[in-house]
Ligand binder design. Sequence first.
Ligand SMILES: NC(=O)c1ccc[n+]([C@@H]2O[C@H](COP(=O)([O-])OP(=O)(O)OC[C@H]3O[C@@H](n4cnc5c(N)ncnc54)[C@H](O)[C@@H]3O)[C@@H](O)[C@H]2O)c1
Ligand SMILES: O=C(O)C[C@H](O)C(=O)O
Length: 329
Amino acid sequence: MTRTPVNVTVTGAAGQIGYALLFRIASGHLLGADVPVKLRLLEIPQGVKAAEGTAMELDDCAFPLLKGIDIFDDPNQGFEGANVALLVGARPRTKGMERGDLLAANGGIFKPQGKAINDHAADDIKVLVVGNPANTNALIAQAAAPDVPAERFTAMTRLDHNRALTQLAQKTGASVEDIKRLTIWGNHSATQYPDIFHAEIAGKNAAEVVNDEAWLADTFIPTVAKRGAAIIEARGASSAASAANAAIDHVHTWVNGTAEGDWASMGIPSDGSYGVPEGLISSFPVTTKDGKYEIVQGLDINEFSRARIDASVKELAEEREAVRGLDLI
Ligand SMILES: NC(=O)c1ccc[n+]([C@@H]2O[C@H](COP(=O)([O-])OP(=O)(O)OC[C@H]3O[C@@H](n4cnc5c(N)ncnc54)[C@H](O)[C@@H]3O)[C@@H](O)[C@H]2O)c1
Ligand SMILES: O=C(O)C[C@H](O)C(=O)O
């Protein structure tokens, strides 16, 4: 049976994450090895020529699943009929720049894009915001799309999740695939909280395996939370291939489901669970099935975790106030 191609819109298609992302979408890693896709690339006018070059390279790969590429500089056209939208295009943080500085610079991009999604995307649209500050940009886009169910707007904390998996694997000598149920809570920022108290390593509680609270507090958490800044310091540019990989993982998990006994981290609108104020787009542990996600309920949150979740959520609430003040939501 021939399947109808899924329309995938990627903003910032000519950027460095876009370059690492598009070939993997076209080769079936985003949605599945049997799902044809049509790419809709959205750029600013100055980025269109480079996007055309990337499209030529995509053509030259002769991907069997790639059923079309269109390039736009108008969000209304770029999101027309989109089933999946990856909002990557934004101003990346450069050396010495704080994420807060990005709010005003990037907020203006996400409001019109949210409105264009509202007016033109397909009814089943799923949105992942990658461009920073990702959680609050997702909130801005969501607020501009009142006709789209709020839960379709998500922000990427899967890169943090993957970073935490590897740090924990390296500390304990485990393989990443032996680690389950790790959680990133809060904001995709230096306040995020990677939580191993419910994680398991080959079936054993990860915190008990590690048994080293000083390592947790002074090494693990800051290494994961500040990894983005460390990559910028080392590369002179923000992470690209690993961010693209995490975007693939996020959408693949959302569409195709989490494995039995495991969960993933996604930035999603809070329903008030775990004391996170309703509406903030905060990272939670989620299971996914049939294209829908659910927050994992009933986890015991100890004092160590509570303080850290609260600190990150406080930052999210402040970002929400800041964008309210800028009339962006
Ligand atoms: N959430 C995460 O884990 C994570 C990780 C890494 C990077 N990021 C963020 O992702 C974003 C993109 O990073 P990058 O390295 O690809 O940046 P980049 O500068 O290489 O590319 C950004 C692209 O977006 C385009 N763009 C700008 N405004 C646009 C608009 N209004 N519409 C469409 N396209 C637009 C630019 O022309 C450029 O081609 C940055 O905000 C970065 O901080 C997030
Ligand atoms: O662009 C950044 O601020 C860093 C990026 O979000 C990352 O986590 O690598």
